[in-house]
Design a protein around this ligand. Structure first.
Ligand code: GLY
Length: 353
């Protein structure tokens, strides 16, 4: 009908008028960034363990029109359900007591909402639980018993997450990590290669997604540091550290969580992108901050360089992406119109030198 407005247009026009009257006359810096909808292909950036299976599945969902948080959680679930990835979900390496404790977070750049769970036991898909914290509650994070009760109330199945192989790796660690306890240490040659390769590994999976119209969403999921103290929480569920997403960009991390918590890595990266940095350069800002912040002697190698690593991942609302780590030699995954592939991460510290 001419001259009339449906309810939706009326509300939208009203919101526009209210916003205009509040910001009218202010310089652009005071009004915040210009709101525009960039065009382009969907893009997902992720940790290397999102390949070969998780990233193509998540990216296909994103291309088909999935919400970016849903696409990221879909990818995380593939890795959480994979018993051969001992750094995430089912089959994750346990704490020092043999209990698998999972951390995860999600963030939606459009709504500004986030959700997280920490020290969640017996539920293999913490990312989906974090998403429900974001969408079904007025909270941002649930931990321990409360997170488990919430997950069960939402219909998640309780199960033993410690697989036979993860138990075997834990047992070798228990026997060999100290000469001063009552365990008899195995000889080095007695430890099977499939066990040895998981000693000293800190894995996690991260996905940041950008839709073709520039909406952003992300998810990080992990079983945390292997053989940690019970109750230890890393960076993955800490919004601003293991993940941060707003309308400007999205970032996340894998690696030594304590060192990332100390620099609020993901938030630092998104702020750097807001100031105009390319995602790779923004990731390097956070990686340098971690390197500079590594001052405790017990965190350093004999030559004084950091004895730890963190890899950062980022995508901005234009669809530019990047990754960077402390040490040379890391890779990250990306999926865009050219397919899903691994790329070398930029780095702060060369292996030689
Ligand atoms: N970045 C994973 C953790 O430290 O728990």
């Amino acid at each position: 009908m001419q001259g009339s407005m449906d309810r939706r247009s009326f509300l939208a026009a009203g919101a526009g008028l209210a916003a205009a009257s509040l910001t009218e006359g202010l310089p652009q810096s005071a009004r915040g960034p210009e709101i525009f909808v960039p065009a382009g292909d969907p893009v997902m950036v992720a940790s290397h363990n999102a390949l070969p299976h998780a990233l193509p599945k998540a990216y296909a969902a994103l291309v088909a029109g999935a919400d970016p948080v849903d696409a990221a959680v879909l990818g995380a679930e593939v890795v959480e359900n994979d018993p051969t990835d001992h750094s995430v979900g089912y089959g994750g390496l346990p704490n020092e007591l043999g209990e698998v404790e999972l951390d995860a977070s999600v963030m939606d750049g459009t709504t500004g909402l986030c959700g997280a769970v920490a020290s969640l036991r017996r539920i293999r898909n913490p990312a989906a639980v974090a998403r429900l914290v974001m969408r079904h509650t007025k909270h941002a994070m649930l931990v321990g018993e409360g997170a488990l009760a919430f997950a069960k109330a939402q219909g998640f199945k309780e199960e033993d997450l410690l697989t036979p192989e993860a138990r075997e790796i834990w047992m070798y660690w228990k026997r060999s990590h100290s000469e001063k306890d009552f365990w008899l240490s195995p000889a080095a040659e007695e430890i099977p290669a499939h066990v040895k390769r998981w000693f000293g590994i800190t894995g996690t999976v991260h996905f940041s997604a950008r839709t073709k119209d520039g909406r952003l969403g992300a998810c990080t999921s992990t079983s945390g540091m292997a053989f940690k103290l019970a109750g230890r929480v890393g960076d993955s569920p800490i919004i601003g550290a293991g993940l941060f997403t707003d309308e400007t960009g999205s970032a996340g991390s894998t690696g030594r969580g304590e060192s990332n918590i100390a620099v609020c890595g993901a938030h630092t990266i998104v702020e750097a992108m807001r100031q105009g940095k390319h995602p790779t350069d923004a990731c390097l800002v956070a990686a340098r901050r971690v390197a500079d912040g590594t001052r405790a002697a017990w965190l350093k190698k004999p030559d004084g360089r950091p004895d730890l690593d963190i890899i950062f991942y980022a995508v901005d609302r234009e669809g530019r992406f990047g990754g960077a780590s402390l040490w040379e030699g890391n890779r990250y995954a990306v999926a865009d119109a050219s397919g899903a592939r691994l790329l070398d991460a930029a780095f702060v510290i060369a292996k030689k030198g």
